[in-house]
Write a protein that binds this ligand. Structure first.
Ligand SMILES: Cc1cc2nc3c(=O)[nH]c(=O)nc-3n(C[C@H](O)[C@H](O)[C@H](O)COP(=O)(O)OP(=O)(O)OC[C@H]3O[C@@H](n4cnc5c(N)ncnc54)[C@H](O)[C@@H]3O)c2cc1C
Length: 331
């Protein structure tokens, strides 16, 4: 029996799909087939799938919401695990609770890593807990969010990682699961250590403070949603921001207005807004978004990415770095 049959037998032959088009599972609506595709419905499923692939030495990748990836037109020659392990609960509270149920200072919220960040935001807002309301309507899962340190208003410290206490992660070198604390991730803007180590987040615990203004939480969250809807293209296939923002020193050197580090500004100044390559286009609404307007291929998107990087280097001596992650082989 070959290794792929062994994976199917372990995970359940009817639950493992062959040649599943990954375009169905990404916000970009781009991506060739996965040799094997499995949906993990809980943390145990997720652990079993990746540890089986690990033991059989079959390449694997975990897909969260698919909101921050570009999948190759050739797909992925291994096991793609779609993380649908969505669960969320309060696991601890701190403070002295009076007879009216008041007095909670902060609370610990546990999530399975396939929980959507939107769901996490809704849950915490409903509980009157503040600190993650900025995630309302941000696409993707807690696992994908930890990998990129999902954020909204950076200057206000609105980073997912800021609220993390600990997480259980799968180590792809040893095949073991370990619990690590927040500091382990070395969070920074668009950065966490697991981008290098390729560790997989299975579950996470966040600490949130009780809001002094619980009714204001929904308003704040909805204001953010409104702003995001104004600033970003809505209802169009895309993968969010394509590039990370530039360094502060580069913004100073280039003397951007108000020293903005926005890569969207740079792409706009390069005159590339609206550039089309096949079915892919640099959004005229927000230049850091590449959108799939007409059955774009990954190769169309790659051509645009290369063009932007080349021009940014030539004109501003900038080495732009992608925010999106690549899955599969690219020539
Ligand atoms: C319209 C739009 C708007 C957006 N707006 C914002 C915004 O305001 N703020 C923001 O921060 N982001 C934004 N994004 C980007 C996106 O929401 C985030 O990057 C999000 O964290 C992606 O999560 P995901 O689960 O979809 O990850 P995926 O796209 O599925 O995966 C991304 C990477 O994480 C890895 N990964 C997935 N799950 C795990 C796991 N459990 N453990 C380890 N690695 C994992 C994948 O293998 C891949 O390398 C936006 C995206 C879109 C499409």
């Amino acid at each position: 029996m070959d290794v792929y049959e062994q994976i199917k037998n372990t995970l359940g032959p009817l639950r493992v799909l062959e040649n599943e088009p990954l375009s169905k599972h990404t916000y970009f609506k781009i991506g060739g087939p996965a040799k094997l595709f499995f949906e993990a419905k809980n943390v145990e499923d997720l652990k079993l799938a990746i540890s089986t692939a690990f033991e059989l030495k079959v390449p694997y990748v975990v897909l969260g919401g698919g909101a921050n990836v570009l999948v190759s037109d050739k797909g992925f020659d291994g096991l793609v695990v779609k993380n649908r392990a969505a669960e969320i609960k309060l696991v601890g509270i701190k403070g002295t609770i009076d007879k009216n149920g008041k007095g909670v200072k902060n609370a610990l919220v546990w999530t399975a890593s396939g929980t959507s960040m939107n769901q996490l935001a809704r849950f915490t807002i409903d509980q009157g807990l503040e600190g993650l309301e900025f995630l309302l309507s941000v696409p993707g899962t807690v696992g994908g969010g930890i990998k990129i340190n999902a954020h909204f208003e950076v200057e206000k410290g609105e980073f997912l990682g800021n609220r993390l206490v600990s997480a259980a992660i799968f180590d792809p070198l040893t095949g073991e699961v370990k619990t690590v604390q927040k500091d382990y991730f070395e969070f920074a803007y668009d950065m966490s250590k697991i981008q290098q180590t390729e560790e997989i987040v299975l579950e996470a615990i966040f600490r949130l403070d009780t809001s002094k203004d619980p009714t204001g939480l929904w308003k704040r969250a909805m204001d953010n949603v409104k702003r995001r809807n104004e600033e970003q293209p809505i209802g169009i296939a895309c993968s969010g921001c394509t590039f990370r923002n530039i360094e502060h020193e580069d913004a100073m050197r280039i003397a951007t207005p108000n020293i903005t580090t926005s890569t969207g500004y740079i792409i706009d100044k390069l005159g590339l807004k609206g550039t089309i390559m096949g079915g892919a286009k640099i959004s005229t609404h927000h230049a850091n978004f590449i959108i799939n307007t007409n059955d774009a291929t990954a190769s169309d998107v790659i051509k645009l990415i290369r063009m932007v990087k080349q021009k940014a280097k030539e004109v501003y001596d900038l080495d732009l770095k992608e925010e999106i992650f690549y899955i599969g082989d690219f020539d």
